[in-house]
Every structure is written in C-alpha cells, then in structure tokens.
Design a protein around this ligand. Structure first.
Ligand SMILES: Nc1ncnc2c1ncn2[C@@H]1O[C@H](COP(=O)(O)OP(=O)(O)O)[C@@H](O)[C@H]1O
Ligand SMILES: [Mg+2]
Length: 271
C-alpha cells in the first residue's frame, strides 16, 4: 500500500471522479419470507453520473433503491453517501417513486413546499414559493398550484412530485420508475428535462426503470440485474455523446447497446 500524506483540510473535490455513493457487499434477506432479494451488490457512483438499473420485475431494484435512500437497512454490507454511512433519510437525497404520494389535504404548491417546511420551517418554505412556481411552470402545471391532488391526473401528480423533489436542490436523485405513469410524449419530455436539470446542477442520479430506451438515452452506465437472488450481472457504459437527444434512438450505436442489454436480460426481459 502506498502511504498517503495526512491532511487535516478536506481535499477539494476532483471534478469528475469523486465517489458520491460507495456500496459494498450489500445483501438483503427479507425476514418474513426468508427471501434473498439482494446478494453481494457492489457499486460506486461518481459525482455527476447518471446510473440506471434495469431488470425484470422482482429482481430487487426497489430494494436496492430503498436501502440507498436509508428507508430500509441492509442485512449485510454498507452504504456510504458523501463519506457518511446512510442510516436513515437524508436531506441531500431527493426521491421519486411510481406513486406521487401527495398529501390530499394540501394544495399542489403546499405539497411541493412540504419538505422545506418540515426541515427548515414555514418562513423558508414561503421564501421558496417563487422557485416552486417556476418548477410548476417548467412541468406545465402553472395553473394548478392551488388545486388539491384529487383534481390532478396521475401524470400531473407525478409532475408535481418531480417539483417537490427538485425544490430543495438535492445532490443525489433516487428515482424508482418515476415516469411510468406518464404517456409516452410527456415521458420523453420529462426525460429530456431530467437530463437538463441533472447537467445544470451536476446532480448525481440513480434511476430504476423498466424502459430500456429510457435507460439508454439518460444514462452514463446501466446496471443490468437478474433475480433469485438479485445481483448485478453487468455494468454497461453508454458511450453516446452528450447532450442526448431523442433522435439518437434511431442511431446504429443506440440499437447495438439496446441489443446487448436485451441479450444480458435474456428471457427475463419478456415479462
Ligand atoms: N417487504 C417485503 N417483504 C418480503 N419480500 C419482499 C418485500 N419487498 C420486496 N420483496 C420481494 O423481494 C424481491 C425483490 O423485490 P423488489 O425490490 O420490489 O423488486 P423490483 O423492484 O425489481 O421489482 C421480490 O421477490 C419481492 O417479492
Ligand atoms: Mg420496483
């Protein structure tokens, strides 16, 4: 081992190769049914990277994301985010799930400001109102700030929850099939918006998706998972240039990447 000089000062972040997440020998067995949902998952995510995970239903994608979010402890192994072990929910993590989980008794804008209100109080939430309104405009919900979630369609509620995730400017985005409720055109649009937002903020993202095209168009790396027990079979680097455009879907390179991942998924791809 090479001796490293000791320094009391924190080192400045190296621009592109600073690990944000370090996940080592992670496994999860659900006690109730003794099911091994994850087995020996090792993963490092660098600052600014967009990493997707793809695999058949039940292969452990959501389990992995929940452990990364600190919502559930692993059985063995550890998860470190920004040098600190993840042992519970954290303000530097923004999350989105399949369901929008908006509170029905709060208006759209109140829902979006909720995380800030809980963490920093009412005054801070009030100060973030303009920013929340800008985000609502961005996703086409400018006229729906003061309605209740019951009046929003599934897709609209999901767009509101994107705003809620972004309003506190998290460094790490954990996304569990966030756009699967949206129609295809809106979904394409949201994916391009997500790319823009991630690039502008140098945010790091981890996306669980069922859509191979979505994963390829957004990601720097795609983790291909297989079930029983859930494990990563390959970490595929996506060498398409950035910024990505929807037109890239029609290029030969895109087709080759999709074919390669389909191969890896094998029969599991056909659910
Ligand atoms: N709370 C739980 N208790 C017991 N088994 C669970 C629980 N959550 C998920 N599982 C099981 O663990 C496996 C992985 O689930 P999950 O992570 O949700 O997969 P994915 O998100 O890839 O569809 C599945 O077989 C699922 O049935
Ligand atoms: Mg899932």
């Amino acid at each position: 081992m090479v001796a490293q000089p000791l320094s009391k000062d924190p080192q400045p972040a190296a621009s592109s190769t600073r690990p944000v997440y370090e996940i080592e020998r992670l496994s999860k067995t659900y006690a109730r049914n003794k099911l091994v949902a994850l087995d020996n998952v090792n993963l490092t995510i660098q600052k600014g990277e967009f990493v997707s995970v793809i695999g058949s239903s039940g292969c452990g994608k959501s389990t992995l994301l929940k452990i990364m979010a600190g919502l559930m402890p692993p059985t063995t192994g550890r998860v470190v985010l920004e040098g600190r072990p993840v042992v519970g929910s954290r303000p530097d993590i923004g999350m989105m799930f399949q369901q929008a989980t908006l509170l029905p008794w709060k208006t759209t804008i109140e829902n979006i400001l909720m995380p800030i209100e809980i963490r920093e109080g009412r005054k801070a939430a009030k100060e973030a109102t303009t920013r929340a309104m800008d985000l609502l405009q961005l996703v086409g919900l400018g006229d729906f700030a003061n309605v209740y979630p019951g009046e929003l369609s599934g897709g609209m509620a999901q767009r509101a929850s994107i705003c809620r995730m972004l309003v506190s400017d998290p460094a790490m985005l954990l996304l569990d099939e966030p756009f699967s409720a949206l129609d295809e055109l809106t979904r394409d649009f949201m994916n391009m918006e997500l790319q823009r937002i991630c690039t502008e903020r140098n945010a790091t993202a981890f996306l669980v998706t069922h859509s191979l095209a979505e994963a390829v168009i957004l990601s720097d790396r795609i983790l291909v998972m297989r079930a029983r027990p859930g494990h990563i079979v390959e970490d595929v680097r996506i060498d398409l240039p950035r910024p990505r455009t929807l037109e890239m879907i029609n290029t030969p390179l895109f087709g080759e990447i999709v074919a390669h991942i389909r191969d890896l998924l094998g029969k599991e791809a056909h659910e």
